[in-house]
Design a protein around this ligand. Structure first.
Ligand code: HEM
Ligand SMILES: [Cu+2]
Length: 553
């Protein structure tokens, strides 16, 4: 291999003269780029923008819930706010987040390729994402939509006179962005691995994105069809969902959840991949049960398709089918539990250090475990009948999605920031942000489990005074959480200019990406590497560095 591994002292070094960021100049060179690393950066910027937009809606919703009376927002404005919050967060943040940013940047490098298989389609995916985002903003400006992100019929097809069609179009287009990204990843991972990079030498981050890609490709078209049918039902009265024409409203739910349950794994699997990388690196051990962790991603992807009706227990499905789906839901918890178990076993007797990515990873494990276990509650038929459509649901999915996925996203952004930008982030500020997020998170969402258990329904803008104390806690927590999310934006932007020069391997990590200079050059590898060692082989790394120090020094 021709590239240079980091040497201990980088402090006096400068950024490499030639890298992907300065390879070409001017806005146009970015807007027409085929470089997966630049596209990753384009996504990072746009996704961050939508995250804060979605966060602003959450802030308004939470502020309304500070007091029992519906005094800040009118009822229909409130409905539009939580709908926009949900749509923006799910379709414009969570679904693309890790795959489109870190996945785009890292997958080709981690398998020793010069780019993704289809660079132009990769760029097209980003444009489709932007078009989807623009339609969403258009719907908002035109007056919003208030179906909730679930578009339930007959509400969405017959009764609501808001911008269902514009929003539907937004999701349809953004869906194609996701399908193309998935296809691109699958082809790349199958066809473009460097010599010696066997399936079982791939980093677990690649495995988890591979599994998520399968879900994107197989699941998203079903959502696209469901949305087209809603639009046709609204515009020409097609009658697929309308019983008076021989249709069936439950059919919509089946189509919608056939995508939207697997979609939660599209969101969480890439995050789990980040956690595997971070935990292996900061405990300096190979992930315990590597093969089991790799296959558990695939198992989650497969089982994920058989449990959709657990969202429909009270919608009038037969008792028999509800029982079957309840059972299947328990099964899909098993591969997730395997991951948690194996990460814990990796930590056991590892030489653990607590840099910021690791703090976020610990946050992930704790919060995702709570979110996952409460999912098992909800999968149990009897419990779900009591808890469904209450704040318990809101707490459950925020624990999984925000406590899980977002923690993983932040872990990954901090872990690979030096690689992406060539500079370090300020360590103590970032630790402060990680701790603030964790405390803010617990304060925001834990009270909601209790609220839900006590019976506070979701999607209402006013509530009985008995529920106020817990709601005040939750809104206070949301404020702390908001600060926790703002901090990284500020210090990461600062670090672009003033951060310490990172060098090629600041963490002494093992992946191929750490053997490239930071930031890498446009074509990643000047010479395609030959891989003759396993993932996370820290002994191999130590050996290699000793060799290089003796040859260089
Ligand atoms: C930053 C802190 C956040 C706060 C304070 C917050 C708060 C809320 C609130 C109050 C609701 C309305 C619950 C209801 O009445 O049903 C809600 C719904 C929702 N949130 Fe969040 N949220 C936050 C972050 C997120 C994030 C990061 C995501 C996704 C990544 C997310 C996804 C959702 C979804 C999908 C809904 C359901 C919307 C619907 O019912 O249509 N939230 N959130
Ligand atoms: Cu589900």
């Amino acid at each position: 291999m021709s590239t240079i591994v980091s040497l201990p002292d980088q402090s006096t070094a400068a950024l490499p003269k030639r890298n992907y960021l300065n390879a070409e100049h001017g806005l146009l060179s970015w807007l027409l780029t085929g470089d997966h690393k630049r596209i990753a950066m384009l996504y990072l910027i746009s996704i961050t923008g939508f995250f804060f937009l979605g966060g602003a809606f959450a802030g308004l919703v939470r502020l309304e819930l500070l007091t029992p009376a519906g005094d800040l927002l009118a009822a229909d404005t409130y409905n539009k706010m939580f709908t926009m919050h949900g749509i923006v967060m799910i379709f414009l943040f969570l679904v693309p987040s890790v795959p489109a940013t870190l996945g785009n940047f890292l997958i080709p490098i981690m398998i020793g390729a010069k780019d993704l298989a289809f660079p132009k389609i990769n760029l097209l995916s980003w444009y489709l994402y932007l078009v989807g985002g623009t339609f969403t903003l258009t719907a908002l400006v035109l007056g919003g939509v208030d179906t909730g992100w679930t578009f339930t019929t007959p509400l969405s097809t017959h009764y609501l006179n808001t911008h269902v069609i514009t929003t539907g179009l937004a999701i349809f287009v953004a869906g194609f962005s996701s399908i193309f990204t998935g296809l691109n990843f699958i082809v790349t991972i199958h066809r473009m691995r460097a010599p010696g990079m066997t399936w079982f030498r791939m980093p677990l981050f690649v495995w988890s994105n591979y599994a998520a890609s399968i879900l994107m490709v197989l699941g998203t078209p079903v959502l696209a069809i469901a949305i087209v049918l809603v639009v046709l039902e609204r515009t020409v009265g097609l009658g697929v969902f309308d019983p008076s024409k021989g249709g069936d409203p439950l059919l919509f739910q089946h189509l919608f959840w056939f995508y939207s349950h697997p979609a939660v794994y599209i969101m969480i699997l890439p995050g789990m991949g980040v956690i595997s990388e971070v935990i292996a690196n900061f405990s300096r051990k190979r992930v315990f049960g590597y093969t089991a962790v790799a296959f558990s991603s695939v198992a989650i992807a497969v089982f994920g398709f058989f449990v959709w009706a657990h969202h429909m227990f009270i919608m009038g499905v037969s008792n028999y089918s509800a029982l079957v789906f309840s059972l299947l839901t328990m099964l899909v918890a098993v591969p997730s539990a395997i991951k948690i178990f194996n990460w814990s076993a990796t930590l056991y007797k590892g030489s653990i250090t607590f840099e910021t990515p690791m703090l976020y990873a610990f946050g992930f494990i704790g919060l995702f475990t709570i979110g996952g276990l409460t999912g098992v509650f909800l999968g149990s038929l009897g419990m779900d009948i009591h808890l469904t459509e209450t704040y318990f649901i809101v707490a459950h999915f925020h624990f999984v999605m925000v406590g899980g996925m977002l923690m993983a996203f932040l872990a990954g952004i901090h872990f690979w920031w030096p690689k992406m930008t060539g500079r370090m982030y300020p360590e103590s500020l970032s630790k402060l942000a990680a701790v603030t997020t964790f405390i803010g998170f617990i304060l925001t969402f834990f009270p909601q489990f209790i609220l839900g258990y006590l019976g506070m329904p979701r999607r209402y803008h006013a509530y009985p005074a008995d529920y106020q104390v817990l709601n005040v806690l939750s809104t206070a927590g949301a404020t702390v959480l908001g600060v926790g999310y703002l901090l990284p934006i500020l210090y990461l932007a600062w670090s672009l200019k003033y951060g310490e020069i990172a060098g090629s391997n600041p963490w002494q990590a093992t992946g191929l990406e750490w053997q490239l200079q930071s930031p890498p050059v446009t074509e990643n590898f000047t010479e395609i590497p030959y891989v003759d060692y396993e993932a996370y082989d820290f002994e191999w790394l130590a050996h290699k560095q000793k060799q290089e120090v003796t040859t260089v020094g």
